[in-house]
Design a binder for this molecule. Structure first.
Ligand code: TXA
Ligand code: MG
Length: 335
């Protein structure tokens, strides 16, 4: 693999970042395509590499709380409490941005999303470079996020300057994105840090926006919500019932000989069609879901059918990604 660097090549990585270059690097959620927040060239390269519409802002990654001084105007007490409890970790907090943060990064908004990742390689790269890294997930826009370099190498190799391998990412889906308004935490994108986790530290939480189908012409709170997302190339349908037998029966009814069903481990032998296992529990499913969607595409089926999970705890984030991966082709048998 060309362009593959080990994180021990930290001097090379630093030189790339400080000279307008961009890198694919691991975080605990998914891989990112990162560049210095202070390099407009790098930011433009990131949008080009992803083929991303420029009205979707990038997340700024820091390795040290002191870096916030150069990025945000002020931090309210609730956001501070979130940082104290969940950083480093998979939580992005939207805050008022300072003028020196380019409008390219924030898509013209007066706020910026910031996160301190927990992944050791990510933290070392940011601290060695001495600059925050603006980074979206590593995938071509609309595709499932990259959770290992084999999945994304061909997609991105000729558009970036280096790839740093960190194995399979631990969590597998992107960070929770929140914004505090009048001391209430609004979840804009669900993730590993759940509504329940935030309630547990004594904060008030609202998450009523997250699975709404967005009108393409409407102004949205979290830009990026309106575009196709996480999608395999093959047509996909999501089916869920709390009654496992009912769900299996419906999926078998919808299947034909050229269908692939993405299943939990316990249901692996319940289908007439070919199956791909996504895991045994919510943590495993979260970790495997994007690579399983990519695997399903490679089987050249006519149709992918995916078993849903219960929308609570980490299941909320998994269903949020799956509903979008299926372009809202979602059959909820309990409704
Ligand atoms: O886990 C993650 O968050 C990964 C890793 C690489 O850190 N990054 C990631 O970035 O998922 P991306 O660009 O694929 O998703 C960023 C999300 C988008 O939904 C975007 O709308 C939201 O964060 N976002 C960023 N800045 C925002 C802002 N100022 N206001 C509202 N939403 C914002
Ligand atoms: Mg993304």
């Amino acid at each position: 693999m060309k362009k593959l660097l080990n994180f021990k090549d930290i001097d090379k990585i630093k030189t790339i970042i400080l000279n307008d270059g961009i890198i694919v690097f691991p975080t605990e959620t998914v891989y990112g395509i990162g560049g210095s927040v202070y390099s407009e060239n790098a930011i433009n390269k990131i949008f080009d590499a992803k083929g991303r519409p420029n009205d979707t802002p990038l997340i700024v990654h820091i390795s040290d709380i002191k870096m916030l001084d150069g990025i945000v105007k002020k931090i309210d007490n609730v956001s501070k409490k979130l940082m104290e409890n969940f950083w480093p970790g998979p939580l992005t907090i939207i805050l008022p941005k300072k003028e020196n943060i380019s409008n390219l990064i924030t898509a013209g908004l007066d706020t910026v999303g910031v996160r301190m990742p927990e992944n050791e390689i990510a933290l070392r790269i940011i601290s060695a470079s001495g600059v925050p890294l603006a980074a979206p997930s590593a995938n071509v826009s609309g595709r499932p996020s990259g959770t290992n370099i084999l999945d994304i190498y061909n997609e991105l190799e000729d558009k970036i300057d280096a790839i740093i391998d960190g194995g399979n990412t631990n969590i597998g889906i992107e960070s929770t994105v929140v914004r505090v308004v009048d001391d209430v935490v609004h979840i804009l994108r669900p993730g590993k840090i759940t509504k329940e986790d935030i309630i547990n530290i004594g904060l008030e939480v609202v998450d009523n926006m997250i699975n709404e189908k967005i009108d393409i012409n409407k102004k949205v709170i979290s830009p990026g919500m309106k575009y196709k997302h996480y999608a395999p190339n093959t047509k996909a349908i999501l089916v869920y019932s709390e009654d496992n037998e009912k769900m299996i029966a419906k999926i078998n009814e919808l299947s034909n000989e050229n269908t692939v069903v993405i299943v939990t481990t316990k249901n692996a032998d319940k289908y007439n069609s070919k199956t791909l296992i996504m895991g045994n529990n919510l943590e495993e499913i979260s970790k495997n879901i994007f690579s399983t969607l990519r695997k399903a595409d490679k089987l050249k089926a006519d149709l992918i059918i995916i078993e849903g999970v219960k929308s609570e705890k980490l299941g909320t984030a998994i269903m949020n990604r799956l509903i979008k991966a299926c372009s809202y082709n979602y059959i909820d048998l309990d409704k």
